[in-house]
Ligand binder design. Structure first.
Ligand code: TRP
Length: 327
């Protein structure tokens, strides 16, 4: 028996190199070993963006176009939209009954969001319950493995606590899922901060070759390396971090030549842009053919919805049995 995976992303539109190296490449690989469910977490997006719903449809379409373009395969995996599977909401409600609010209030990810987004007293009931909804996402498929980055570990720990409490009351319905921590090489953006859409420091998978070249040219490098001959420190350079992934064969030479001063930043960046463009070519090609028929993405999501609902409604049936709510 193959293990079962569930992972998800909030719909953020077109994917960038950070999403690709940090998550999607791993998702593609996992398809060979696991039965995978990949979810577009559109309800999770609403926990903070409830006042900006007009963009969500397009963000879903663009994000899933990229998922498919990098090789997430609807024949192998179930690709679906969270809000297409209302069973998530029912399970979320039931789990909310056994989840003490004190567990949610101490959630470090929530504290970060409140700080970063300046939310203060405007934390909605939905945002407080974010990890309960995430637990429902995982448990409705009885997934045993959840590939996530380090930032999601507190959420997964909460899922496990909810499972223990639920099973304690109603019997062993859910397995305790384990996190599959992805070894994520740090992907920094043009400003040296973590690559992200909101900081506008990213390179999109769908950027044309000329745009990639131009964006790489704008990247900061080691501020102590001003002239070509100056010795550089690759370990703090965002351009070098990208080389680590996209120029694997040359990476030791690049580091040595940067340190010695033999390699200047201009040439180093041109080389990186070439390597990124070679890697992105097949992805851009796949996107072009999906763009010719945009209905295809929604057909794939409709197919995923059917597959997901079958599993989800079976689990919900078991939950009703266990909770003696079959009247
Ligand atoms: N919270 C995750 C994020 O922000 C997205 C997500 C929603 C998720 N449901 C999930 C991740 C279930 C793993 C499992 O990236």
């Amino acid at each position: 028996m193959k293990g079962r995976i569930l992972s998800g992303m909030r719909p953020t539109g077109r994917m960038h190199l950070g999403n690709y190296v940090g998550a999607l490449l791993n998702w593609v690989r996992l398809q060979e070993e696991y039965e995978c469910f990949y979810e577009v977490a559109d309800w999770h997006a609403l926990t903070t963006a409830y006042d900006r719903t007009e963009q969500v449809r397009e963000d879903i379409q663009e994000m899933v176009t990229d998922w498919l373009s990098v090789g997430i395969d609807p024949q192998k995996s179930t690709i679906f939209v969270q809000s297409h599977v209302p069973e998530h909401a029912v399970l979320h409600l039931l789990l909310s009954m056994v989840t003490p609010t004190s567990w949610l209030e101490r959630n470090p990810t929530l504290k970060e969001m409140v700080r970063d987004l300046g939310l203060r007293e405007s934390v909605g009931y939905g945002l407080l319950g974010y990890p309960v909804l995430q637990a429902a996402d995982i448990l409705i498929y009885k997934a045993d493995t959840v590939p996530v980055g380090e930032d999601q570990l507190p959420h997964l720990e909460l899922t496990r606590e909810i499972v223990r409490r639920f099973n304690n009351f109603y019997g062993p319905v859910f397995p305790e899922p384990r996190a599959l921590l992805t070894e994520v090489p740090l992907i920094l953006g043009s400003d040296g901060k973590k690559m992200s859409k909101s900081l506008n420091n990213y390179i999109a998978l769908s950027d044309p070759p000329e745009v990639v070249k131009q964006k790489v040219r704008m990247f900061i490098t080691d501020p102590q390396k001003i002239y070509k001959g100056d010795p550089g420190r690759p370990e703090i350079c965002p351009v070098f971090h990208l080389h680590r992934h996209f120029s694997k064969e040359e990476v030791d030479q690049i580091a040595a030549d940067c340190r010695s001063g033999a390699l200047g930043c201009v040439d180093c960046k041109a080389n990186l842009a070439n390597h990124i463009n070679i890697a992105l070519d097949p992805i851009r090609e796949a996107r072009r053919s999906l763009e010719e028929n945009p209905g295809q993405v929604w057909e794939i999501l409709a197919y995923g919805k059917e597959k997901a609902r079958k599993v989800a409604s079976a689990t919900l049936g078991e939950v009703r049995q266990a909770m003696k709510m079959t009247y």
